[in-house]
Design a protein. Structure first.
Ligand SMILES: Cc1cc2nc3c(=O)[nH]c(=O)nc-3n(C[C@H](O)[C@H](O)[C@H](O)COP(=O)(O)OP(=O)(O)OC[C@H]3O[C@@H](n4cnc5c(N)ncnc54)[C@H](O)[C@@H]3O)c2cc1C
Length: 479
């Protein structure tokens, strides 16, 4: 099947699945008030790939059918540039607010399938072959995947990985004629209500003896025993004047419980193979997936800069402090853009032929964006001040008598109409202060692990030889 349309995507979501929102088991995620906005936004993402087919689609290497570019593993610098354009097109749809549009997992699995040195090592040849078959299914069916790779946090003093005998973490508990049975939980699965399937793959390495926890697989969202507990919704109703962003971009995050779930053997990519589990994520996964994450971040920062300029203009805040604050956002946007350019310039090929951007600049962004993004939101709130709340609703605007008064008493500076001023500050609040904004801040802080963790791990992603040479000059000179 070629790349899906939005209507085909929505039809796929109507199948069985156990998704909970509040106290309710959701009957239909497409129509549920807390989910319908994002379901339809994601459908627009599927439609967008057809509207911009020249950018977003390419022939499947085997069938020739048009598939999403994000499903293809880049095999050259040109392929990387092409994928970058497609990723940007999707990111611009949500101005970077939906981090886990399906292209995130498309890119991940295209990279996995193109990495035999990682996934086929340590006697995992059969698992790798199944993964390659699965990726064909994914790209040809244009399947939307959610993923969960982090173990539940119970006692941080015991470390990130489950100790042997841990009863909370996902593990294998049995075999069946067709596969294995898994039990336990994982956090979180962003996009879960809107996915067709869920992927489990490694994050933190596991300790010796924890073989039962060393699993990787993909199964349909409706697999019996699979339960998704969504966090409280931050979706704010359908009115796009009142809630231009939170009416549609709440991609949701869910706690996942595997209550004795059968995983068919053909969907099992790592089956209690500790060496394989601990090895597959260590090389090309970060720079591969971070092409998507950093392009998204760049789009979001460009949007934030534009929004800051408009909010300041709406009240003619042209003082040096406001300009300094806006310049701060611009500098984050520019650093992000240029780090991607640098990573493109230093792009590299991996064994197996996969091309990725250079890991170093992307890892620097991964460590720093969790600090910059909350600051960007803070700046928008500082510029917005009380104006973000002097924003009558669509219903108030529709009242003829109120509208006359609103137009008179709430104009913007330099002749800006009240409606434009109100829309500007509503957009700023939805981006920087609403419940969606608060969730998004938490996402930016943690979705690729915390800044603290990434800074501490920087040596794994860079070459210290230049720095060593500069220091050695002084440590080794004769005296
Ligand atoms: C909105 C959201 C969506 C997510 N979506 C997904 C998803 O789709 N799939 C998925 O698998 N996971 C997802 N996650 C989970 C995410 O991957 C984890 O939250 C992330 O790995 C960080 O978890 P942690 O508690 O281990 O963070 P930590 O790195 O432990 O950070 C927690 C706190 O501890 C501090 N800290 C860390 N290390 C140290 C140290 N050595 N010394 C002192 N302080 C330290 C940090 O600064 C931070 O304040 C999501 C998380 C969020 C918030």
């Amino acid at each position: 099947m070629p790349a899906r349309t939005g209507a085909q995507f929505l039809k796929g979501l109507r199948g069985p699945r156990e998704v909970w929102v509040g106290g309710e088991r959701v009957k239909d995620v497409v129509d549920h008030p807390a989910l319908t906005g994002a379901a339809h936004a994601l459908a627009e993402v599927f439609d967008l790939q057809h509207a911009h087919a020249d950018v977003c689609l390419a022939p499947d290497p085997e069938t020739g059918e048009p598939i999403a570019v994000s499903h293809l593993a880049p095999k050259s610098r040109e392929d990387l540039a092409r994928r970058g354009k497609a990723l940007r097109q999707v990111s611009e749809y949500s101005v970077g607010l939906m981090g886990r549009t399906p292209d995130y997992m498309n890119v991940t699995y295209a990279g996995f399938a193109a990495s035999p040195a990682e996934w086929g090592a340590h006697g995992n040849g059969e698992g790798y072959a199944r993964l390659v078959d699965y990726q064909k299914f994914l790209r040809r069916g244009d399947i939307a995947l959610t993923h969960t790779i982090v173990q539940p946090t119970v006692d941080k003093a015991l470390g990130d990985a489950p100790q042997v005998g841990n009863e909370q973490a996902l593990r294998k508990v049995g075999e069946t004629a067709c596969g294995i049975v898994v039990r336990g939980a994982r956090v979180l699965a962003t996009l879960a209500p809107f996915a067709d399937e869920i992927a489990v793959y490694p994050a933190s390495p596991l300790p010796q003896g924890a073989d039962d926890y060393a699993l990787s697989f993909c199964i349909p969202m409706g697999a019996p025993g699979l339960k998704f507990l969504c966090r409280d919704s931050v979706s704010a109703g359908a009115n796009r004047f009142d809630h231009p962003l939170s009416s549609r971009f709440d991609e949701q995050d869910a706690f996942v419980i595997f209550d004795d779930v059968e995983v068919p053997r053909e969907r099992l990519f790592i089956d209690c193979n500790l060496a394989s589990y601990n090895g597959v994520m260590a090389t090309n996964w970060p720079p591969n997936v971070q092409q998507q994450t950093m392009i998204r971040a760049s789009v979001k920062l460009d949007f934030a800069w534009g929004l800051a300029l408009r909010t300041a203009a709406a009240i003619n805040a042209a003082d040096p402090e406001t300009n300094r604050l806006i310049g701060e956002i611009w500098s984050y946007a520019e650093f992000t853009r240029t780090a991607i350019v640098a990573a493109e310039a230093e792009a590299r090929e991996w064994p197996g032929g996969l091309w990725t951007l250079a890991p170093g600049p992307l890892h620097a962004l991964r460590s720093t964006l969790p600090i910059w993004m909350p600051r960007v939101a803070e700046i928008l709130r500082l510029i917005g001040s009380h104006n973000v709340f002097a924003t009558p609703s669509a219903a108030q605007m529709a009242d003829p008598d109120l509208r006359r008064l609103i137009d008179r008493y709430l104009p913007g500076a330099k002749g800006m109409a009240a409606e434009e001023r109100i829309r500007t500050f509503r957009l700023a609040w939805d981006f920087a202060g609403s419940a969606l904004a608060s969730r998004n801040e938490q996402y930016e802080r943690f979705y690729l692990a915390s800044s603290a963790r990434n800074l501490a791990r920087h040596l794994a992603f860079t070459d210290r030889s230049r720095a060593d040479r500069l220091v050695d000059r002084f440590l080794k000179e004769p005296y």
